[in-house]
Design a protein around this ligand. Structure first.
Ligand code: ATP
Ligand code: MG
Length: 709
């Protein structure tokens, strides 16, 4: 692999697109001070992913962009493209040529492209690292920094050597494994913290679960005991069912009650009274009629008498004169007599009253002056009156008959009433008897009911007890247990003992099971997680150890080889002397430093500090070449590393370059013509008429001319 081309645009002193196409072997970049040679090295570093402002010689990233001058305006962005070719295929590198571009705009926006594909800085660093072109190595030596290899700290040298030896990849892998390990350990700690947080709760749940299990076992046993216990009591309790008897008695009572309701005990003689009153009223009315008839009768009889007297007086020719003043009071008397008769009920009294009345009439008549009357009309009148009298008498008789009839009816009613009353009394006695019977039957029902209630009470007590127990009443009913009194007593004792045990365990919320399985799941998960993490930690530790071993073995081997090369180059440059590099390891065998020891032939003092400037450059170059000959980088960029060399040493330097150029490509910046003549291709950098860097390449022959001039 070699760097084919570098193209700069807007980068530092190169505003215009400038391309340098390199030779596979030795390239020299020459030109006056400040023409922009080192800027090309900066450009190369920058694309390789260097972020260090010190290495890039800038204050800030905008210093990378061409700042402008009186002839050319400032660039808005800087970009540098590198093209590598003849890349050996290996793991992760499938391409033959590689084009990497980096650009930055003034606003600080930075972009990377690998083979025209946008990518990240990390990708660029990784790819160059795998191609042994890491920026931390020694493949690019800045102007005036060759002695840094001696100056830098022992620790920094480890990284540098790793880079040079191509162990950086392994080291990066190791570092990422260490990072992963630390994350994994953190995870493990977190998981452990979580586990420790949950553990006490989990243990408490576990205890409760075991209590619950114990309680379940006891319950199971208690269930068997209770089943026998209650079955015994259940079977012992004779079932009472009087419903049939009760319903028979109820039927009897119904029958009796029906019979009782047949009795008419509500007899009242009102009906008879009513009939009697009606009859009495009718009799009274008939008597009144009769009185009136008697009045008429008396009147007619008196008229008959008057007429008869008239007739007699006629016969005697006498004329009657009537004095009204006398007669009127007499008539009044008669009328009052009639009124009296009207209210008399007794027959004898009535007779007497009628006699009185007759006398009164006679007195009245005596006062009459009977005039001369036609005797024939009187006779007729008498006949008529007598006919009427007859009629009234008949009527009176029929009324009397009717009265008699009513009286006999009254008599009948009284007889009937008496009969009825006695009948009613008999019924009442019978009714009372049946009522007594009913009450006795009801009492029987009540006593049956009491028996039933007693049984029901006992039964419901047992039922309640069973309900409160662990067994089911159906089970109890279908189970038949035969126990002796003693056995039952023992069973009862056992039952109470088990119940006590249960109550001592107390109530365990069954929901705890869900909680327990949830927490257990969590604990299991955490433990699996922990196991996995522990396995990961173990694996990572092994990976780290293996990588460390691989790095150390390679490192130690390379150092051994470098050591001998170092001495070889020192011998070339100083005609003798001895150099060695030694690895410093920590207790775990990790490389933590690289120390350099040098013994030059003429020097009395050992150690680097006492060397001259040129000697330091030579020792540094000897070490650089020793490293490069062991771990050959594809490209070595050296900016004026030959500056301090005298002519003899410059010649030696050129010889070494030529030797090494068969293995590695060189880009040399130099002012030394002895170095220039080693180059296969020379680039001249000048400040052109536009006041900016300008590159021109010189063919070998041309370059020879350039060098000579
Ligand atoms: P020497 O031989 O002395 O080492 P050189 O050729 O290596 O010189 P460089 O260091 O490459 O010179 O170039 C330095 C020049 O580049 C300086 O003149 C500096 O002003 C110029 N320069 C650096 N950065 C920029 C920039 N962003 N814009 C314009 N010019 C710049
Ligand atoms: Mg320079």
């Amino acid at each position: 692999m070699y760097l084919k081309e570098i193209e700069l645009k807007g980068f530092k002193s190169f505003p215009l697109k400038t391309s340098l196409v390199f030779d596979k072997n030795i390239n020299a970049i020459v030109g006056p001070n400040g023409s922009g040679k080192s800027n090309i090295v900066d450009a190369l570093r920058w694309v390789l992913g260097d972020q260090s402002s010190k290495n890039l010689r800038i204050d800030n990233s905008s210093s990378l962009v061409f700042a402008g001058n009186e002839k050319i305006k400032p660039s808005s962005c800087a970009s540098v493209k590198l093209l590598f070719e003849d890349i050996e295929k290996k793991e992760g590198i499938e391409f033959n040529s590689l084009e990497v571009e980096r650009s930055i705009s003034l606003d600080g926006k930075s972009d990377y492209f690998i083979n025209n594909q946008a990518c990240r800085l990390k990708d660029v660093v990784e790819i160059f690292s795998s191609l042994k072109l890491g920026v931390k190595g020694f493949s690019i030596v800045n102007q005036g920094t060759i002695e840094d290899i001696l100056r830098i700290s022992s620790n920094e040298r480890v990284v540098m050597f790793q880079e040079i030896l191509g162990l950086r990849q392994l080291e990066i892998k190791k570092e990422s494994s260490i990072k992963k390990l630390s994350l994994t350990v953190d995870n493990l700690n977190q998981v452990s913290v979580l586990e420790n947080e949950i553990m006490p709760h989990f243990r408490s749940l576990k205890r409760q679960i075991s209590r619950m299990q114990k309680s379940e076992e006891i319950k199971k046993e208690l269930q068997d005991i209770e089943l026998s216990y209650f079955s015994y009591l259940f079977n012992k309790l004779k079932k009472v069912d009087n419903s049939k008897e009760i319903s028979d008695i109820e039927n009897k009572i119904n029958l009796l009650e029906k019979e009782c309701s047949g009795f008419d005990l509500n007899f009242q003689n009102i009906e008879f009274e009513k009939d009697k009153q009606i009859l009495e009223k009718e009799i009274r009315e008939l008597n009144n009629q009769k009185s009136s008839l008697l009045y008429d009768l008396a009147k007619i009889e008196s008229l008959i008498d008057v007429n008869k007297n008239k007739l007699n007086d006629n016969l005697k020719n006498k004329v009657c004169h009537i004095d009204l003043n006398i007669i009127n009071p007499k008539i009044e008397n008669i009328l009052s007599c009639f009124k009296n008769i009207y209210v008399i009920k007794d027959f004898n009294q009535l007779n007497m009253a009628l006699k009185n009345l007759e006398n009164e009439f006679k007195l009245l008549i005596a006062n009459f002056n009977i005039s001369n009357v036609n005797s024939d009309s009187v006779k007729q009148e008498i006949v008529m009156l007598e006919g009427k009298l007859k009629e009234i008498q008949n009527k009176n008789k029929s009324i009397q008959d009717e009265i008699n009839l009513k009286y006999s009816k009254l008599e009948e009613i009284s007889v009937l009433e008496k009969k009825k009353i006695s009948e009613n009394q008999e019924n009442f006695i019978l009714f009372e008897k049946k009522q007594k019977e009913i009450n006795e039957l009801k009492y029987m029902i009540r006593s049956f009911e009491i028996d039933q209630e007693k049984f029901n009470l006992k039964f419901s007590n047992l039922e309640r007890e069973i309900k409160e127990s662990l067994v089911d009443i159906k089970e109890v009913g279908s189970c038949c247990v035969k126990l002796s009194e003693n056995e039952f007593y023992e069973l009862e004792k056992k039952m109470y003992r088990y119940r006590k045990m249960l109550s001592e365990i107390g109530f365990v919320d069954p929901e705890i099971e869900d909680e327990y399985s949830g927490v257990k799941e969590r604990i299991d998960f955490l433990q699996t997680e922990k196991n996995d993490l522990e396995i990961s930690i173990k694996d990572l530790n092994k990976i780290i150890k293996d990588l460390e071993k691989e790095i150390n073995v390679s490192f130690d081997l390379a150092l051994k080889q470098i050591n001998s090369e170092f001495t070889k180059y020192l011998k070339i440059m100083f005609d003798g002397g001895k150099g060695s590099i030694e690895v410093v390891k920590d207790e775990e065998g990790v490389n933590i430093g690289v120390d350099i020891f040098v013994k030059l032939p003429k020097n009395k003092l050992e150690g680097i500090e006492s060397l001259s400037g040129g000697e330091k450059s030579l020792v540094s170059l000897a070490l650089l070449f020793a490293i490069v000959s062991i771990s050959v980088p594809p490209l070595l960029v050296l900016d004026e590393v030959d500056a301090a060399l005298d002519e003899e040493n410059a010649r030696k330097f050129g010889d070494i370059l030529k030797n090494l150029s068969t293995k590695t490509q060189f880009v040399l910046i130099t002012h030394n013509w002895l170095t220039m003549i080693c180059a296969d291709l020379i680039f001249g950098i000048t400040i052109g008429d536009k006041n900016c860097s300008k590159a021109l390449s010189l063919k070998l022959e041309e370059s020879r001319d350039y060098v000579k001039n």
